[in-house]
Design a protein. Structure first.
Length: 493
């Protein structure tokens, strides 16, 4: 049975428009943490894609918005848990969760509209590009950009098939996943795929070539580094007691790092008291070079990474978390006072900086900065030999957020070809090589010191045109409506 053409059989029933998107959203949700039925990502979009071919423009927007709302409610549920812990109010905790999902769903409505136009234009091979373009838009939209729940993320445990991310970032792999779904949709609908043979060839060739690249040995200088996990709740623990325990934990981790012969010890953010001057106080130094996160200065203050190996250096966080590190509308929206938000806004750093620690060129990223491919890319272009992520995931422990943050981090190593280490207070603290292979992971909620051998590359590893694919994907979103105008049915309501 062939798929109906949207010009011949328009469908405008709200329920008929929405249910395929709901089914696909639920299938995609199952591919993500905490369910981790990861291979479902290759089939999750099939019901929605089939339905989009026969929908009106209004129906495609409806189905896209419904898809996005269901999917993002599942993906952002940790936001409700965090807000409830912060405010102790169930009612208040629902506001940011529902608000964020309702706003983010607009991007999926756009995706539904554009993917339908790809069918109308007779160019289904553009669907993967359009989808990747919308992912880029929702990741970098000014003020609300947040790269969460990207389609490629469930494939993190399979680094052998996702190495092309080194050519086009995680968004290229999202496009590949959609390409497989498009082919599957046409097969399920018993449509000819003869005209899609170039796309099918790409869909098969990408993982095969990826496996060949993955098998290549990594050459460089092996260096032993230590990743410290204090095993303390730095977010919700009793402040005075936690500070005392943190001092003892850092002393123990420093001893273990020194005994292992590590070049330096990486600690999470929030490991030292903020101070008006530099350096911050509270972290034992002198036993082994150390890298940790703390605030720098006050009124205004920066969220920063500090390093000490006989002399101090620092790098400021350049991409801040809305409401967590700065509050738009402060003093204008009275409701914000109910959320017990921080009193002072932090300010972003003016540039992305690398740090020289114990002879190693380190590219630091703080917490959510590791979600953004461009920050890791710029660190690599600055000459970093090792990426370091400092996080404090205690805020959302007990949700799927820490696991997804860990997975996002691993993609930065694949994209740049650089080894990566990540320290978090309760976990996930990890180390991976420049192919995204997980080398070590600390047990959750326990104090742990991972001594890991990282192979530092002797020269640049990053593809110079890595950012090109995201730009191409965004451009495709502008091209599709032009193609669709030449076909009947493109403007149906």
């Amino acid at each position: 049975m062939a798929l109906p053409d949207s010009a011949d059989q328009p469908r405008s029933s709200p329920w008929r428009d929405r249910w395929p998107g709901i089914v696909s959203a639920l299938l995609l949700t199952l591919a993500f943490p905490p369910f981790n039925l990861r291979p479902l990502v290759f089939l999750a979009f099939v019901p929605w894609l089939i339905a989009l071919r026969g929908q009106t423009a209004r129906g495609a927007v409806r189905s896209g918005y419904t898809f996005g709302l269901v999917f993002m409610l599942a993906q952002l549920q940790w936001l409700q848990v965090l807000t409830h812990r912060w405010t102790h109010s169930l009612a208040l905790s629902l506001i940011p969760w529902l608000g964020a999902a309702l706003v983010t769903a607009l991007f999926f409505a756009l995706a539904g509209c554009l993917m339908r136009l790809c069918w109308v234009a007779g160019r289904p091979w553009l669907i993967p590009l359009v989808w990747a373009g919308v992912e880029v838009l929702r990741s970098y939209a000014p003020g609300i950009g947040f790269p969460w729940g990207l389609t490629a993320l469930p494939l993190t445990p399979y680094p052998a098939i996702i190495q092309p991310a080194a050519l086009g970032t995680v968004f290229l792999i999202s496009a590949w996943v959609l390409l497989v779904n498009v082919i599957a949709a046409r097969l399920v609908a018993r449509e000819s795929v003869a005209r899609l043979w170039p796309a099918a060839l790409i869909a098969v060739a990408m993982p095969l070539l990826s496996a060949l690249w993955y098998a290549r040995p990594i050459e460089g200088l092996p260096v032993l580094v230590a990743v410290g996990q204090p095993g303390l709740d730095l977010a919700f623990g009793e402040p005075v007691m936690t500070a005392v325990q943190a001092q003892a934990s850092v002393l123990a981790l420093s001893d273990e790092a020194r005994q292992s012969g590590a070049a330096f010890l990486l600690l999470p953010e929030g490991m030292a008291a903020s101070s008006d001057g530099e350096p911050p106080v509270g972290v034992p130094i002198g036993r082994v070079p150390v890298v940790f996160g703390a605030r720098r200065g006050s009124r205004p203050a920066h969220q920063s990474v500090f390093a000490y190996d006989g002399h101090w250096s620092y790098a400021d966080k350049t991409r801040l978390v809305i409401f967590g590190e700065y509050v738009p509308g402060r003093g204008v929206l009275p409701l914000l006072d109910s959320f017990n938000l921080p009193n002072d806004d932090l300010i972003p750093g003016s540039e992305i900086r690398t740090l020289d620690v114990a002879g190693i060129r380190l590219g630091p990223m703080i917490c959510f900065e590791a979600l953004f491919p461009d920050i890791a890319y710029r660190q690599a272009r600055n000459g970093s030999q090792l990426l370091a992520v400092l996080s404090q995931d205690d805020w959302y422990f007990g949700t799927s957020a820490p696991e997804q943050l860990r997975d996002c981090t691993i993609w930065r190593s694949i994209e740049t070809g650089l080894p990566l280490i990540r320290s978090a207070s309760l976990g996930y603290s990890i180390a991976c090589d420049g192919r995204g292979r997980l080398l070590a992971q600390a047990p959750l909620r326990a104090r742990s010191c991972l001594a890991v051998e990282a192979v530092l590359p002797s020269g640049p590893q990053t593809f110079p045109f890595l950012p090109a694919f995201p730009w191409i994907a965004v451009a495709s979103c502008l091209v599709v409506p032009v193609f669709a105008r030449r076909r009947p049915g493109a403007t149906q309501a």
